[in-house]
Design a protein around this ligand. Structure first.
Ligand code: AMP
Length: 170
């Protein structure tokens, strides 16, 4: 099954000059969605993982599905004013703007082994923020996994201290 067929290019969204990779056709197709989760699980199945960390909101789709499939817990990384308890935060640059993300400060405990997951890696800023917060809470980064990697934006380099997995590279 060619998962590329389920990714739609949207030109000049959300800003001129950006080609947005729309994964909604992939989430919609039960076989493509299933395949993406299975392939991602394959890549990390030999790793000792306690928790999967994923960012709002597209990262929840693949992250929660992968966590469920692999029998792991899932930690939600969220935008401002969404998490109800005490949080820590990390600010970062996006391909198209600036952003700040939050995590509950009791989400991860010392020594938890964490896989970082998102639908797509562009500049790597989101992944760096998730790694930064996870480490500040004492988590151990096992690696990261993405459905799509925009290789021309070099996000992989920003997180190259740990193994980086992706299913589709553009
Ligand atoms: P980055 O932090 O630059 O690696 O960007 C990754 C995050 O932004 C992911 O959560 C993506 O959902 C989103 N994103 C950034 N660029 C794109 C793009 N060209 N197409 C689709 N999503 C993108």
């Amino acid at each position: 099954m060619d998962l590329n067929k389920y990714i739609r290019d949207v030109v000049d969204y959300p800003k001129k000059g950006i080609i947005f990779k729309d994964l909604t056709p992939l989430w919609k197709d039960k076989d493509a969605f299933h395949q993406a989760v299975v392939l991602m699980a394959e890549k990390v199945k030999h790793e000792d993982i306690d928790l999967i960390v994923g960012a709002e909101s597209r990262g929840f789709l693949i992250g929660a599905a992968l966590a469920f499939y692999m029998g792991k817990g899932f930690i939600t990384v969220r935008k401002p004013n969404k998490l109800p308890c005490k949080t820590i935060s990390a600010e970062y640059e996006l391909e198209y703007g600036k952003n700040i993300l939050y995590m509950h400060e009791d989400a991860i405990k010392q020594g938890d082994k964490v896989l970082i997951v998102d639908d797509l890696i562009a500049t790597g800023g989101t992944a760096v923020a998730m790694i930064d917060m996870t480490k500040r809470l004492g988590g151990e980064i096992i690696g990261s996994a993405f459905v799509v990697e925009l290789a021309f934006l070099n996000g992989r380099q920003a997180i190259s201290d740990y193994p980086v997995h992706s299913l589709l590279t553009y």
